[in-house]
Design a protein around this ligand. Structure first.
Ligand code: MV4
Length: 445
């Protein structure tokens, strides 16, 4: 049993973890940068330790400072949240070396999935569908040209150390490949200190559908259905929902089975997500595995009535999972409320929240760390919170979302609320007719 958990994160996810710890009777330690001294996670935790200056590298990414905070407070375990150190194999290893349980996967599991070529090889061996393409790293422009002829244009070049969209190049015809190969390699080297790239067939206008899974220390793995995350802008998700409007019982069965195979292949322990690309014919392909709790975990919680943070902590304590899969019983939608100006290319808008009114009522959940008078620091991501609605049907969840967005008052900073209000009234969105390209043509009125 954990008596005390240190939360190596900030913002809404730190608060989210503290809330579950409270319910489980586990004491909490917050860590914070000097920019976050007035944050709610500091006030809500049982103890709080300042770990450095505002820049993430000096605080939330500073492993020695976080380990020192864990040791002086005598924490049994560390919850990394998402972002920051959540998928840092070195941090997971250092926690283990210090006898502090990292609430997440082992360093080996993080590394297996962190390198995209290695992840893809693992999936092929496990019988999980992957996008057709080359096996392993590209060694030369000539090899890239020859391979593209076999795979067929369009193709996509991806960084093996990448993920989340960085360092990718789509190539439509042979005369573009030389430049794409060179720029992808340079970008990969600059972003990841690893210039390895590989090739896949480019899947046009896909949907992004991911399967939530959980695995315990005894080899049991289950899935908790899907989330549709196709509403993204420059690889930033803005809206997520479950179930996916594109899902069928048959596809869920197949994708769920594939996700379980994927996680079982690495004996995955903790909660995690298998991301898939789904084409218009409902062919699906493994894209990446996220070895962490995700921002959008709440929509799954709402449709399967499950506290994923509690499950994650119980798994880390060595408890067994039930082993059965979970189907959506409701429909949930999440809108990310960011301090960004949707009328101005979603430009960040940090600053003081001068007035705040949070929506409520039937079917409404708000996960947020802000309050009236709170200053959103410019150093971290711009998320103010997440608004989640749940209802028996998608139409009702959308209508509740529109109503809740209309009640939300955030003054002092620009927010994404006007964008979400317009999206909830968009006919194609309401019909469930969208792919990852949807927002490219969406215009604010
Ligand atoms: C792709 C693809 C099409 N074909 N791979 C984007 C993030 C990274 N995880 C992989 N991504 C993509 N990989 C093949 N073979 C299209 C994307 C993609 C994308 C995927 C999910 C959600 C939004 C996206 C936006 C642009 C491109």
């Amino acid at each position: 049993m954990f008596k005390k958990i240190l939360i190596a994160n900030r913002g809404e996810i730190a608060l989210r973890v503290i809330r579950t710890c409270r319910e489980m009777g586990i004491k909490t330690v917050a860590v914070y940068s000097t920019a976050d001294k007035d944050s709610l996670h500091v006030k809500f935790a049982d103890e709080a330790v300042c770990i450095g200056k505002p820049q993430s590298a000096d605080s939330y990414l500073n492993i020695p400072h976080i380990m020192a905070a864990a040791e002086i407070t005598n924490a049994d375990a560390v919850h990394p949240g998402y972002g920051f150190l959540a998928e840092n194999a070195k941090f997971s290893q250092i926690c283990a070396d210090h006898g502090i349980k990292f609430i997440g996967p082992t360093p080996e599991m993080i590394n297996r999935m962190g390198d995209k070529i290695s992840a893809k090889e693992t999936m092929i061996k496990a019988g999980v569908p992957v996008v057709p393409g080359g096996e392993g790293l590209l060694e030369s422009i000539e090899e890239a040209k020859a391979l593209a002829k076999v795979v067929g244009y369009p193709v996509i070049l991806k960084a093996t150390a990448g993920g989340g969209g960085k360092g990718m190049r789509v190539v439509w015809k042979e005369d573009e490949i030389e430049k794409a190969y060179t720029t992808a390699k340079v970008e990969a080297a600059a972003s990841f200190k690893n210039d390895g790239i590989y090739m896949e067939k480019f899947v046009e206008e896909p949907r992004h559908i991911e399967i939530q899974i959980a695995g315990d220390q005894y080899g049991n793995v289950c899935h908790l259905s899907e989330r549709d995350c196709s509403i993204q802008r420059r690889h930033q998700k803005l809206v997520e929902e479950s179930p996916s409007p594109f899902m069928t019982a048959e596809l869920r069965q197949k994708m769920g089975e594939a996700a379980i195979k994927a996680a079982s292949a690495i004996n995955y322990e903790s909660v995690g997500t298998i991301e898939f690309l789904v084409d218009k014919h409902r062919n699906f392909y493994f894209m990446e595995m996220n070895t962490r709790i995700q921002v959008e975990h709440c929509v799954t919680e709402e449709v399967v009535s499950f506290d994923l943070i509690k499950e994650q902590i119980k798994i880390a304590m060595g408890e067994k999972i039930s082993g059965r899969n979970y189907e959506p019983q409701m429909h949930a939608i999440e809108c990310r409320i960011n301090a960004e100006d949707p009328y101005n290319d979603f430009r960040p808008s940090p600053g003081k929240i001068t007035n705040l009114h949070t929506p409520g009522g039937h079917g409404v959940r708000v996960d947020s760390h802000v309050y009236a008078g709170y200053v959103i620091p410019p150093y971290y991501d711009s998320m103010i919170g997440k608004l989640i609605t749940v209802a028996q049907t998608r139409q009702e969840a959308i209508d509740t979302m529109y109503r809740a967005l209309s009640e939300y008052v955030i003054e002092g900073v620009k927010t994404t609320i006007p964008f979400h209000l317009q999206l909830m009234k968009n006919e194609e969105f309401r019909k469930g007719n969208f792919t990852t390209k949807f927002l490219e043509s969406f215009k604010m009125k």
